[in-house]
Design a binder for this molecule. Structure first.
Ligand code: C2O
Length: 574
């Protein structure tokens, strides 16, 4: 996995690291050097060859494997024709917000022909994360797994699996995904849906020209193996199952969970789930399958099914031949919100945890869609959303607009005025029946670049309240720079009097992405102990495009160890 072979550059970087003097040295901790060359590569899927943007010619990109406590140094060179950034999804980036990656939030893009080196240390996170482009819709093909093994000398809190497999669920477009989002942005309409889902980049047996490349996942009778499932799809929550096999969930978003057993997973984009699978069935071939969980009513979606094959090594020979059809898998109905909710609410931390009890910041954010009336100077061809509008989305009615001249982080760090304001509202501007029949007068959000300021160390609670504006749907809300406890999830409007009684203050799960149920809410808590500018957004890329995000500006605390590090020398400027 050590893809790096430029020794001169390697030792130069090592020198820089030593000189910077600001990183903590862990016993046995290692520094891993990688080089990512991002460029167009010929990729053939669904019978056609495409010029696909990839990392090092691989789709999906390389899997990075480290131990907790290690440092990653990844030099990213942009040889594609688009602006680029890479985000290390779920890595806390303590004091290194410069390396987080969201375009115009923590950095300006890496321009075509340029490079930027991401440098960060992982502390106290174990399990499965991933990395992806965080610029336009490039992450459709620019993504890969990031596995964090226990620190040297420690082990999993479960029996060591015989084998480990990464299963990256993705989405494939026959069109260039960047063209798809550009067209949607021009017309104001909803973008086209994908043509296939993929497992490790392969659509699987149910698609044209794909069967010979279906991913095989090996198992043997009696083995317990670990599957690391990642939803890297752009715009779709997915159900996931393995025919005839139960799955024991042991982790999610690089935090361990109290084990529970299920036959189906539901992952929102951004989420990861680690499961143990026991080879206790007749040695044969079994389908591994994923397809949409579609919570929005009436909206078009990709209703295809991606598959891989769980293959017993001891399966009799004919069973391994292409002639034998694997045992088929059953997935829930597309709109099976009950199954999705049962799964989402099954998570607990393994032990009692230190949930912040007293709250300094009690925030209530609505999350949902919106529709912009057609601006006067726009031709009707640019207002092809419902009834001649343009699609939008917002949090607390603010439809987030990214700056273009500075990153928010640079502007905050250097005190550059005019880039953002700090008046992101703690509550929605009007109170209404969020999950009822919302008056058309409340559908239009206000575009702005607003952040919410947090004092270092403040204890924060956010109620994420879904709305039925245009349509209610499940929103996978992701916070950068933090893991948060999920105290409760429910349907309808959050009621502070009755719903606070349902808070799990004992063993709530720690996550970085929470799927807020359709026409429902979720309550999260975290301590603002990581200075920087951190975006919180819906991980359905189409919703980010429409403005479903906001950012927290977390101030420095006291002294160096509570302050953001200085920016790297090669930090991209706009
Ligand atoms: Cu995985 Cu801001 O995203």
């Amino acid at each position: 996995m050590e893809a790096f072979n430029n020794n001169a550059w390697c030792s130069f970087l090592f020198g820089v690291l030593l000189l910077s003097g600001s990183f903590v040295v862990f016993a046995n901790a290692e520094t891993h050097y990688h080089e990512f060359i991002v460029q167009a590569t010929k990729v053939k899927r669904l019978c056609k060859t495409h010029n696909t943007i990839t990392v090092n010619g691989q789709y999906p990109g390389p899997t990075l494997e480290i131990n907790d406590g290690d440092t990653l140094v990844v030099k990213v060179t942009n040889k594609a024709r688009y602006n680029l950034t890479i985000h290390w999804h779920g890595i806390r980036q303590m004091r290194t917000a410069w390396a987080d990656g969201p375009e115009f939030v923590t950095q300006c893009p890496i321009r075509p022909g340029s490079s930027y080196t991401y440098r960060f240390t992982v502390q106290g996170q174990e399990g499965t994360l991933w990395w992806h482009a965080h610029s336009s819709w490039l992450r459709a093909t620019v993504y890969g797994a990031l596995i964090i093994h226990p620190a040297a000398g420690s082990s999993y809190p479960f029996t060591k699996p015989m084998r480990e497999n990464v299963l990256l669920l993705g989405e494939w477009w026959d069109a260039n995904p960047i063209d798809v989002v550009r067209e949607a942005t021009r017309t104001g309409a909803a973008p086209n849906v994908s043509n296939a889902y993929t497992i490790n980049g392969q659509p699987g047996d149910f698609y044209n020209c794909s069967r010979k490349d279906t991913v095989i996942v090996p198992i043997d009778a009696g083995e317990t193996n670990l599957l690391r499932v990642i939803n890297a799809a752009l715009n779709q929550e997915l159900f996931f199952t393995v025919a005839n096999h139960m799955l024991t969930v042991v982790g999610a978003d690089a935090s361990y969970t109290k084990p529970f057993t299920t036959n189906v997973l539901m992952l929102g984009p951004g989420q990861t789930t680690d499961v143990l699978i026991l080879g206790n069935q007749v040695p044969a071939r079994y389908y591994i399958a994923a397809r949409a969980y579609q919570s929005a009513q009436g909206a078009p979606f990709d209703n295809t099914t991606t598959t891989a094959i769980l293959e017993y090594k001891s399966a009799p020979c004919p069973a391994k031949g292409l002639i034998s059809t694997p045992v088929s898998a059953t997935l829930p109905a597309f709109n099976d919100t009950n199954t999705a909710n049962t799964f989402t609410t099954s998570f607990r931390s393994p032990k009692q945890v230190a949930v912040p009890i007293t709250i300094d910041e009690s925030l209530f954010f609505t999350v949902g869609l919106g529709l912009f009336n057609c601006p006067k100077n726009f031709h009707s061809s640019r207002c092809q959303g419902p009834n001649g509008t343009r699609f939008g989305a917002s949090m607390n009615n603010v439809s987030f607009v990214l700056p273009s001249n500075f990153s928010l982080l640079q502007a905050a760090h250097q005190g550059i005025p005019g880039v953002f304001t700090t008046d992101f509202p703690a509550n929605p501007p009007v109170t209404f029946d969020y999950t009822g029949n919302v008056s058309r007068a409340l559908w239009q959000p206000v575009p702005a670049t607003k952040v919410y300021k947090l004092k270092f160390g403040s204890r924060v609670q956010v109620v994420l309240q879904g709305t039925n504006i245009f349509t209610g749907e499940n929103h996978p809300i992701h916070l950068h720079g933090y893991d948060f406890y999920v105290l409760a999830i429910g349907f309808g409007n959050f009621n502070p009097q009755t719903d606070s009684a349902k808070f799990n203050l004992v063993d709530p799960p720690l996550r970085n992405t929470i799927a807020v149920p359709v026409s429902g809410w979720a309550v999260i808590r975290f301590v603002a102990d990581n200075p920087g500018v951190w975006i919180m957004h819906c991980h359905l890329d189409v919703h980010i495009t429409w403005g479903l995000s906001m950012a927290f500006l977390v101030e420095n605390g006291v002294g160096k160890l509570q302050s953001l590090e200085p920016p790297p020398a090669d930090y991209p400027v706009c």
